[in-house]
Design a protein around this ligand. Structure first.
Ligand SMILES: [Cu+2]
Length: 508
């Protein structure tokens, strides 16, 4: 089956995205439909989700409840303008916050209102947009009671895919995100035009865990806070319903502050169709989907109907930092059921998945510059070592601190300078005994090699896990968009402790 260019009517596309409503059970159907349909393309700047959307999503209704989807706000006429009100644990009274649906070439305007008791700001993780001025500028913060308007202009060739937004104020990122402040950004494009997907049920699945916001102990920050069962859209072990013969399309975001999720589907097959950016050339059936914090993936799941589908997680060994006996131990992963899909109807042949997709071009070009970065642990740093808010406790005269190239984050210092048009190859070495998921803002990259991976992670990426005592090689084409921003570890406690550097890409 080939790819047709048949354009899909915009309303139909929105209905598809909102189609999760029909998969919910009982009284949730109406609420879900009104959430999905009400705000889509509606007046700009209104409260996300409307009246029906504000009551659900922020609270986990216990284990095994009906799975819900965040409310949807979609662009119309090339523009989406929304207000996001950050309150403890929610954006616009929901967690995850509303799903923002835009298209390449759109302008996304977000006014962030801060109703927290500390500074916050907004990062559009993965979007290829300017990091300057009122763009994806993580150096600016918004004080409590304040507001700031961000304007993101997506290039017309912006990759489609699943992206996300979350706070990025240095020193408080882990606590704010762990409290529930996160939401999804969908850049719609070709995938929605594949005839094979016309009837698919699209779901947004934001993974988290029980590590809450607020203060974490020094050992917790060192290992990266992690606790309790894995959650999906802040629910524990939700149940969804699908129809036998249906094709499910799942958009995963790992919004956990530290946990690496290793997922397997019992009763069905995950067909990987997208990594962080754009599409793969063709769907790839996979036995296990491993997502480190910050990473996304999209999968297709054909539903045969011979029994329920159960998404399970195994405890993933991401290493640990040995600490003294007085320092306690870290939680060591979690294993259990992440979600269940009950199947209605009689057994049928599983629907076909498309045999090819439209991938992003693979044209990074020859490397013009190579660099080496080292992720390290500096032993026994003093409390004045630039440790952000991590500098409490520590159990003694000195404490250890994660660094990049031996340096703690300093927003006034530029660590890497590149030029638009350069294609760089970075070798990122992890000299520590714990994994560090490496994230570069704004400019997507390809993974050329990774220790322990026979084949490097597929597709275009903005986050890649650098294994303990291992290394990763990535290739970054700085094709366009000059600006100054950051790269960092996406174990957010490590980022808060200073494991972050500054990159400036200058115009040619
Ligand atoms: Cu780290």
């Amino acid at each position: 089956m080939g790819i047709e260019q048949r354009p899909v009517d915009r309303r139909a596309a929105l209905r598809l995205l909102g189609g999760v409503g029909v998969a919910l059970v009982g009284g949730d159907v109406l609420a879900a439909c009104s959430r999905a349909d009400g705000p889509a393309g509606g007046p700009a700047g209104g409260p996300a989700g409307g009246p029906a959307g504000t009551a659900v999503g922020g609270t986990a209704p216990g284990t095994g409840g009906a799975g819900t989807d965040p409310p949807v706000l979609a662009s119309a006429g090339g523009r989406l303008e929304v207000t996001l009100t950050a309150a403890p644990g929610t954006y616009n009274d929901t967690s995850p916050g509303p799903t923002l649906v835009v298209r390449p070439g759109d302008e996304l305007v977000i006014t962030l209102e801060n109703r927290l008791d500390g500074d916050t700001n907004l990062h559009t993780h993965g979007l290829h947009v300017s990091p300057e001025g009122d763009g994806d500028n993580i150096f600016a913060t918004v004080a409590p009671g304040g507001r700031r308007t961000y304007r993101y202009r997506l290039p017309t060739d912006h990759p489609s895919g699943t992206f996300w937004y979350h706070p990025h104020p240095h020193g408080a990122v882990a606590a704010q995100l762990a409290s529930g402040l996160a939401g999804v950004i969908v850049v719609e494009d070709d995938l929605d035009r594949l005839p094979a997907l016309a009837g698919a049920t699209h779901r947004v699945l934001v993974l988290g865990d029980g590590a809450g916001g607020g203060g974490a102990s020094m050992p917790q920050m060192t290992q990266g806070r992690e606790a309790g069962p894995t959650t999906v859209n802040r629910q524990t072990a939700p149940r969804y319903t699908a129809r036998a013969g249906a094709l499910e399309h799942w958009r995963f975001v790992n919004a956990s502050p530290s946990r690496i999720h290793a997922l397997h589907l019992d009763g069905g097959v995950l067909h990987l169709i997208a990594a962080d950016h754009g599409r793969l050339a063709r769907p790839e059936p996979i036995d296990e989907l491993v997502l480190s914090p910050g990473e996304r993936a999209e999968v297709l799941v054909p539903v045969r109907g011979a029994g329920p589908l159960t998404l399970t997680e195994r405890a993933y060994d991401r290493g640990r930092i040995a600490m003294g006996p007085m320092m306690g131990t870290a939680d060591a992963g979690w294993a259990g059921t992440v979600l269940t899909v009950d199947v209605r109807g009689t057994v049928v042949e599983a629907p076909a998945v498309p045999d090819r997709l439209r991938p992003e071009p693979d044209d990074a070009g020859p490397v013009t510059r190579a660099r080496e970065l080292t992720l390290d642990l500096v032993m026994g740093m003093g409390a004045g070592g630039g440790m952000g808010r991590g500098g409490m406790g520590g159990g003694g005269a000195g404490m250890d601190a994660f660094r990049i190239d031996g340096k703690a984050f300093d927003p006034a210092r530029t660590d890497i300078t590149a030029t638009v048009g350069d294609v760089e190859e970075w070798t990122i070495r992890n000299t520590t005994t714990i994994d560090h998921p490496f994230h570069l803002h704004v400019w997507p990259f390809q993974v050329l090699a990774r220790t322990g991976s026979a084949t490097p992670p597929r597709g275009w990426k903005d986050t890649v896990d650098v294994p303990a005592n291992g290394e990763v090689r990535i290739r970054i084409p700085f094709r366009d968009i000059p600006g100054r921003t950051v790269y960092h570890c996406h174990i957010l406690d490590h980022e808060d402790m200073g494991m972050m550097g500054v990159i400036e890409v200058r115009p040619r």
